[in-house]
Design a protein around this ligand. Structure first.
Ligand SMILES: Cc1ncc(COP(=O)(O)O)c(C=O)c1O
Length: 476
C-alpha cells in the first residue's frame, strides 16, 4: 500500500491536523530568516505555545509524559539547566562537573537498586557500574550492543539471539534491528507476565541474554525475574532487567509495604539493568541509567578509536557531544528529591492508583489486565475499548491504546495525585463507557486505525502507515 489506501480511508488527514495545529496561527518558516527575529517576538510565540500545551499535562490528563510537573520543581531544574546549558560531557577537561554529576547519578541509582548485594564493591572490576544515557531506549540499545560484543569476544557467538517477553519494550526490537541480533519473543502467562517455561525453551547456544521487565510498559506487570535470573545463571547467559519505568518507583513501593517481588541486583543472575531518571526519577526528559554487573560488560558498550586524525577519541554512549545541562538537572533532581520525597511521592501515587483502579473495578464492562502498581492497563470483553479511548480523548485524556489484547494503558504520575484528578478519571471513564454502550461503532479517532491494524494480516501495510505518520510529523 499504498499511501492511497490510508488516504482513501481518511486516516492521514486527522493525524496531519492533530500534529500541525499551528499552521494558521504561525505560518511555517521554511528558510532561515534573512535577519534575526527579535528575541521578544520569538519568546512570545513560544510562550503562547507552551501555555496552550501545558494545560493538559499540568492538570493531570496525561498518562506518564510529565512525571512530576509541580511549578517549583520545574523552575528549579530549569534553573540548573540554564546554569549548565553550555556544558558537554565530551569535554570533561572543560567541565569536570559534568563527570561528577554523571558518576554520582550512576552511583545513586546503583545503590538504590541494591548494587552492594552482589558482594563486590560498587564500581570495582566485578561490582556494579554504569553509564548515563539519553533515555530508556538508549539504555536498552547500549546494553544489547554490549551483550552482543561481549558474547562475540568471550564466547565466539557470531549469530547472537536474545529472549524477550512479548511485553518487553519496543526498544528491544529496535536493538535487534539496529545490531542484527535475533529476538526470540516469548508469550505471557494469564497474568500478563513472562511465561518462564517459554523463556527456558528459547535458550540455545547463541543466546546472549534474557530480558525481563520491572514492570513492562503495556500492563505494568513484573515478570518472574527470580526465575529468569536462575535460568540465566544456569545457562551462563546475561539477564537484563528493564526497570526504565519501575527503577525509581519500585524500591519506594517496596519500602512502603506494597507487594514488590525482588527485581534488582539482589538476584544473582541479573547482569544489567536500565532505569530511567527521566520518568519516576523526576528529572527532566533526556536522561536514563544503564547498569552492569562488572566492568567487562560496560567495556563492550564503550567506543574508542586510537588512530583517528582528530585525536585519541572515546565516547561511552551513542552520541558524541552531549547536553551536560541535562545531567546537571538530573543530578539536582535526585539530590533535592532524596529518599524522603521519593517515598512520599510513591505513597501519593499509590493512593491515586487505588481510586482509579477501584473505579475501573466498579465498571462492569471493564477489567484490569494483571496485577500491577502505578502502571496499569484495562480492557473489555464487551465494548470496543478503542472507542472508550476515543471518548476519553474527547474528555481531554491522553492515554495509550494497547494491542494483543486490545486495552488502555495508564502510567500514574504525581499529576494524578492533585486533588480530584483520580476521581475525575473515574467519572470520565464511566461516562465514556456509557457513551460507547449507547453509541457503538462511532467513526473517527483511533478506533478505526487500531481496527485496521488488527484486521490486516500483512503487517508491511501497517509499517507503511506508520512511516507515513512520521512523514507527516516532518511536514511544515
Ligand atoms: C518499560 C520501558 N522500557 C523502556 C522504555 C523506553 O524509554 P524511552 O521512551 O525513554 O526511550 C519505556 C518507555 O516508556 C518503558 O516503559
Amino acid at each position: 500500500m499504498s499511501n492511497n489506501l490510508a488516504e482513501e480511508l481518511g486516516l492521514l488527514g486527522p493525524i496531519d491536523e492533530m500534529m500541525h495545529p499551528y499552521r494558521e496561527q504561525y505560518p511555517a518558516t521554511r528558510q532561515l530568516p534573512a535577519t534575526g527575529v527579535p528575541r521578544d517576538k520569538v519568546l512570545a510565540q513560544m510562550e503562547e505555545m507552551r501555555a496552550k500545551e501545558a494545560a493538559r499535562w499540568r492538570d493531570g490528563y496525561a498518562s506518564g509524559s510529565v512525571y512530576h510537573g509541580d511549578e517549583s520543581h520545574i523552575d528549579f531544574v530549569n534553573k540548573i539547566y540554564a546554569l549548565h546549558s553550555q556544558t558537554n560531557q565530551l569535554h570533561s577537561d572543560l567541565w569536570p562537573s559534568a563527570a561528577k554529576f554523571e558518576a554520582e547519578i550512576v552511583a545513586m541509582t546503583a545503590h538504590m537498586l541494591s548494587a552492594e548485594a552482589c558482594g563486590e564493591p560498587f564500581d570495582s572490576e566485578k561490582g556494579v557500574c554504569g553509564s548515563v544515557s539519553s533515555g530508556g531506549s538508549e539504555s536498552i540499545l547500549l546494553a544489547m550492543k554490549a551483550y552482543r560484543d561481549y558474547a562475540r569476544a568471550e564466547r565466539g557467538i557470531t549469530e547472537p539471539e536474545f529472549v524477550v517477553p512479548r511485553s518487553g519494550h519496543a526498544a528491544f526490537h529496535k536493538a535487534a534491528q539496529y545490531f542484527n541480533i535475533k529476538l526470540r519473543p516469548v508469550p505471557l502467562d494469564d497474568q500478563f507476565r513472562a511465561d518462564v517455561g517459554a523463556v527456558a525453551a528459547e535458550i540455545n547456544e547463541n543466546t546472549i541474554a534474557l530480558v525481563a521487565s520491572a514492570p513492562n510498559f503495556p500492563y505494568g506487570t513484573i515478570d518472574p525475574i527470580d526465575k529468569i535470573s536462575e535460568l540465566a545463571l544456569k545457562h551462563g547467559v546475561g539477564c537484563h532487567v528493564d526497570a526504565c519505568l519501575g527503577g525509581y518507583f519500585l524500591p519506594w513501593a517496596e519500602r512502603l509495604g506494597y507487594p514488590v517481588p525482588v527485581f534488582d541486583f539482589r538476584l544473582p543472575g541479573v547482569t544489567s539493568m536500565s532505569c530511567d531518571t527521566h520518568k519516576y526519577g523526576y528529572a527532566p526528559k533526556g536522561t536514563s541509567v544503564v547498569l552492569y554487573r562488572g566492568r567487562a560488560l560496560r567495556h563492550h558498550q564503550f567506543f574508542t578509536i586510537a588512530d583517528w586524525p582528530g585525536g585519541l577519541y572515546y565516547s561511552p554512549t551513542f552520541s558524541g557531544s552531549r547536553p551536560g545541562g541535562l545531567s546537571a538537572a538530573c543530578w539536582a533532581a535526585l539530590m533535592t528529591m532524596g529518599e524522603s520525597n521519593y517515598l512520599k511521592s510513591a505513597k501519593a501515587i499509590m493512593d491515586a492508583v487505588a481510586v482509579m483502579k477501584q473505579g475501573i473495578r466498579e465498571i462492569p464492562e471493564l477489567k484490569l489486565l494483571g496485577e500491577s502498581l502505578a502502571v496499569f492497563a484495562f480492557g473489555s470483553d464487551e465494548l470496543n475499548i478503542y472507542e472508550v479511548l476515543d471518548q476519553m480523548s474527547a474528555r481531554h485524556w491522553a492515554l495509550t491504546g494497547l494491542q494483543h489484547p486490545a486495552g488502555i494503558h495508564v502510567s500514574t504520575t504525581l499529576r494524578q495525585t492533585q486533588p480530584g484528578v483520580a476521581e475525575r478519571f473515574v467519572k470520565d471513564l464511566k461516562e465514556s463507557v456509557e457513551h460507547v454502550t449507547a453509541n457503538p461503532g462511532a467513526e473517527g479517532g483511533m478506533a478505526p486505525i487500531y481496527g485496521l491494524a488488527a484486521a490486516i494480516p500483512e503487517k508491511g501495510i501497517v509499517h507503511d502507515l506508520l512511516r507515513q505518520v512520521m512523514d507527516i510529523y516532518y511536514k511544515t
